[in-house]
Ligand binder design. Structure first.
Ligand code: PA5
Length: 444
């Protein structure tokens, strides 16, 4: 993985990035020594180097049971409890089948919304199929996931019988507390623990991400190896100028101080759409607090050049772009020659589609920089487990550093509780009587 910030430097003062060196180094030190705000949530920092082969084998063994007994596996989870797995699966999978080998189960995602239509259609799809469920919730009480799991548990037991349901339902949750733990223990489901000191959005390298990824047939050892190599490449001993996380954190904060309040994560590969979604949560939930923080937005190019391109080229100059560029694609496909050339495309005949895409990428970079949009590039060799593992750890570590430089606690998310309190009050949840009365009075 290579980080290139040269096309962003012209938008900040000459020494703006260098000026962040002391703050970035302090942040790195505080993360390493566990002295920063949110220091009870630093378990992700050394996960890659601490995960054992035996633990990965245990995850692979559980995945094999699901694969052997299911045509489809539903991952029930929301936010940090699904976005990482979905990002990796979409990045690695076949776009029109998701999974390369035909004998692997299809992975479906649910528990991330409260749409009656979504759930009813999911149930229709699953009826008559051999399916399993991975129920993921750290708190074990998240409403979206809990409602979905209640439906899926019943369906699985009805369709496949109680004994098979016990075999193909797996829980990933807290060691002791929460309804998901209570149910798993009572029913005797296989379960994995989400460590106390790993927050949801930093949990993709725990069973939260690793089990669905293994279940779909991908090499979780290569994924973790990529993350481990990035852990080493961004360690405390790596100087500021050579540490990509330090550089990314510094340029982001320099741009923010220069009035660039919105960061747009850009890909030129639709397979990275959910990597964008995962990144948005990681940075949005970590930095958006205390009335501060870069707003994380995302686009898929060239698709969105035809919808958002105008705004990015010519709208308010408060944005910067971070492009994830994939050097090598996994397929080979060229533009065919056409004797009649009715579409006038013969000037491209014989060219790889990826070459056209790369020229779109370069042309866009030049146009946007000319238009006043700072451009950061993250180049990865190709979309495989190793490179995605590197990218994940890079973004996690840089997020921790960047948030601390911004002087927020990157590891809490107090703001997400407000809508839940209102929803529970409106639904007359026991324990919310006073809130119910107050909110209904406001609405009357
Ligand atoms: O990052 C986070 O903490 C959140 O996105 C949670 O992962 C999300 O709200 C789901 O919570 P839980 O895993 O407790 O169901």
């Amino acid at each position: 993985m290579k980080l290139d910030i040269t096309k962003a430097l012209q938008f900040v003062d000459a020494n703006a990035v260098q000026a962040f060196e002391p703050a970035v180094n302090d942040a790195n030190k505080a993360l390493e020594e566990g002295t920063c705000p949110g220091n009870d949530f630093l378990g992700w920092m050394h996960l890659p180097s601490q995960i054992t082969e035996e633990f990965l084998d245990e995850i692979n063994a559980c995945a094999a049971v699901l694969r052997d007994n299911c045509e489809a596996v539903v991952v029930a989870g929301i936010g940090g409890s699904y976005l990482g797995a979905r990002a990796v699966l979409e990045a690695l999978g076949d776009t029109f089948g998701w999974l390369k080998p035909s004998d692997y189960p299809r992975i479906l995602f649910a528990g991330n919304n409260i749409s009656e239509d979504y759930l009813a259609e999911l149930i229709d799809y699953l009826k008559g199929k051999k399916f399993g469920v991975i129920n993921i919730s750290k708190s074990g009480t998240t409403t979206e996931t809990a409602i979905t799991f209640r439906l899926l548990k019943k369906l699985c037991e009805d369709e496949r019988g109680k004994e098979m349901a016990k075999k193909v339902i797996v829980a990933i949750t807290d060691a002791k507390k929460g309804a998901a733990r209570t149910t798993a223990d009572k029913e005797g489901y296989k379960s994995f623990i989400i460590p106390d000191n790993v927050g949801g959005r930093f949990s993709v390298l725990t069973p939260v991400g690793l089990l669905p990824i293994a279940c779909a047939g991908y090499d979780i050892k290569a994924l973790v190896k990529g993350a481990k190599d990035m852990e080493e490449a961004t360690g405390l001993n790596i100087p500021f100028a050579d540490n990509p996380c330090s550089q990314y954190a510094a340029i982001r904060n320099a741009l923010y101080n220069a009035g660039k309040k919105i960061e747009i994560l850009v890909n030129f590969q639709p397979k990275l759409h959910y990597m964008n979604e995962w990144w948005k949560q990681l940075y949005g939930e970590s930095e958006g607090k205390d009335k501060k923080g870069i707003f994380p937005a995302a686009v898929d190019f060239s698709t969105d050049l035809h919808s958002m391109g105008q705004w990015i080229q010519d709208g308010e100059r408060t944005i910067f772009e971070t492009v994830i560029s994939v050097d090598n694609v996994n397929h080979t496909l060229a533009v065919p020659t056409d004797e009649e050339n009715l579409d006038g495309l013969n000037f491209l005949a014989g060219k790889r589609i990826d070459e056209v895409n790369k020229m779109a990428e370069l042309g866009t970079q030049i146009a946007h920089v000319d238009g006043g949009v700072p451009n950061i590039r993250i180049c990865i060799d190709k979309l495989d487990e190793y490179n995605i593992g590197q990218l994940i750890y890079f973004f996690e570590k840089a997020c921790g550093v960047s948030g601390l430089v911004l002087k927020v606690n990157p590891f809490n998310q107090p703001g997400v509780e407000d809508y839940k309190r209102n929803m529970f009050a409106l639904l007359d949840k026991p324990g919310y009587e006073a809130e119910s009365k107050a909110i209904k009075a406001r609405l009357a």
